[in-house]
Structure formats: C-alpha cells, structure tokens
Design a protein. Structure first.
Ligand code: ZN
Length: 276
C-alpha cells in the first residue's frame, strides 16, 4: 500500500561538539558529533510543513549514539552553547508546498484582479464607443420621404420595396442609406411590425437585398442592412454576420460599418448625387 502523505526527515546540521565532554560509555574525551534532523510533513513527497527537530549525539570512538535526553548535563550544556553560536536553520524547501500554495493563491488573486480590470476597460470601451452614437443618430435621421438629391439609394429602395411587400404599410417605413468607402449601410425603421410573425419579418431584409441588386451603389459592395423597430433593433445583416430572428438583434454587429476601431472618426458619408 502506498502512502501519499506522511512525515519524513532530513539532516539539517552536523557539528563536532566543542568543550570538555566525555562519552559515558567509552569515556573518550571530545568525541561527540551532534547531528540534527528536521522532520516535515509531505504530500506526494512534496515537503509541506516543517514539524519537529531531533538531535542525535554519536561518539566517534565507540559509535554509541544518544538522544539529547540521554546525555549528562555537561554535554547538554555544550550542545546548547553550540546551538547559540551556530543556530540550526531549517532549509526553505521543508515548507515549499506551503510556499507553492501561497504562490498559487497570490497568482490567482493577481490574475483575477487583472482580468477584472481588463474586462472593465473593454466594457467601458464598448459603452463609450462613439460608433454607437453615429448609429443612433443615423437611426433618428431615417425618413419616410427620402429626397432623391440627398439619398438616391433610399428613394429607389422605397419605390422598389413598396411594390414587393405585403402585410406591412410600406408608406410608414423610414429609410436612410449611407456609404463609407466600400461599405453601404441601409437602415429601415418599421413601426408596424407587430402584426407580422417574427419568423416572417426577415422577408423585409431579403426584399431590401433584392432591390439593392438593381441599385447602383458605386464601389460599395459590402452591404449592412438594419431593420429597426419601435423600441429596439429587430434584424441585422452584414457581410460577416446576421441576426434575423426578428425580435431583438444585436445592433453592435453594425458598428464595423463606421470603422474597424472606435477611435477612428467617420465623416459624413451620405452619397451626394449631382446627376439624376
Ligand atoms: Zn564512546
């Protein structure tokens, strides 16, 4: 049977005892060698806690050995003097398991504090993301009557979608389109979606996509479509991800339209058309 924990001992000090001592057995003078053993508790042979110390005295002449309690007072005194001059020191490894545990606890605490601070920064950054302000502003700027001169894509989309959707009062849909380099954002704000089952709402996104195929969007070929409801974003489709459940879409999926990083600012990008 194996024991994975218990106690062990190791030699921690050895000295030739000074002073006038004589062996009680062979009566030789100054023959004692004092050896101190340190006992420690181990788990899986990893020393954990130092426990006790024992000193054994051995006569180098007759090889008889004694414990501290078995020798005469004069030898005890020599031993004490020796201990005062050259105190026994426990090696640090006798408690290395404890040190290890303390180190692990310390590292765990530090990493969780670091993790907390790091996440806090990330959360703060996402809440303070200026791109959310741009999106909020664009949603507020949607209009049911887009002007051809200001937003050609929206005017074309409005006439196209009016022909294709049943069940929605398409006159009530508000539009906004924006181009940022090769990216096109189309926002549709719909206030009367409640009579349409959530699963059927994505038809509106598909209709918008289909219409966009016939609309000249210049070099903008990465399309971001957002359908906003009365209280929250209902659906989002981007070149990378989509959320077409029809109830609560994650509007942060739209943020890459504005820029890849929050610090970058976006200039007014509404497509100005001088022709038409
Ligand atoms: Zn002896």
């Amino acid at each position: 049977m194996l024991f994975f924990f218990g106690t062990r001992a190791s030699r921690i000090k050895q000295t030739q005892l000074a002073g006038n001592t004589s062996c009680p057995y062979c009566e030789q003078q100054n023959t004692f060698i004092a050896t101190t053993f340190g006992r420690y508790f181990h788990i899986f042979w990893i020393p954990f806690i130092p426990i006790s110390k024992t000193t054994i005295l051995e006569c180098s002449h007759c090889k008889k050995s004694y414990t501290e309690n078995e020798v005469p007072v004069s030898i005890k005194t020599s031993l004490q003097r020796d201990e005062e001059l050259n105190p026994t020191k426990r090696p640090i490894w006798h408690g290395c398991g404890c040190l290890l545990i303390v180190a692990i606890i310390f590292i765990t605490i530090i990493t969780s504090i670091m993790g907390y601070l790091f996440n806090k920064d990330e959360i703060d950054a996402s809440l303070n993301d200026t791109r959310r302000e741009y999106l909020e502003r664009d949603i507020n700027n949607t209009t049911a009557y887009p002007e051809r001169a200001k937003d050609t894509i929206s005017t074309t989309l409005k006439s196209c979608i009016s022909l294709s959707i049943e069940g929605i009062d398409t006159d009530e849909i508000r539009y906004l389109s924006k181009i940022n380099d090769t990216k096109l954002l189309v926002i549709l704000k719909v206030s009367d979606m409640k009579n349409i089952a959530a699963s059927s709402r994505k038809e509106l996104v598909y209709a918008a996509e289909e219409c966009l195929e016939y609309i000249d969007t210049g070099k903008a070929n990465e399309i971001y479509i957002a359908v906003d409801g009365n209280y929250n974003m209902l659906m989002v489709k981007t070149p990378y991800e989509k959320d077409l459940g029809g109830r609560f879409a994650d509007e942060s999926l739209l943020l890459p339209f504005y820029s890849s990083r929050a610090e970058e600012t976006v200039i007014e990008t509404t497509k100005e058309e001088s022709s038409n």
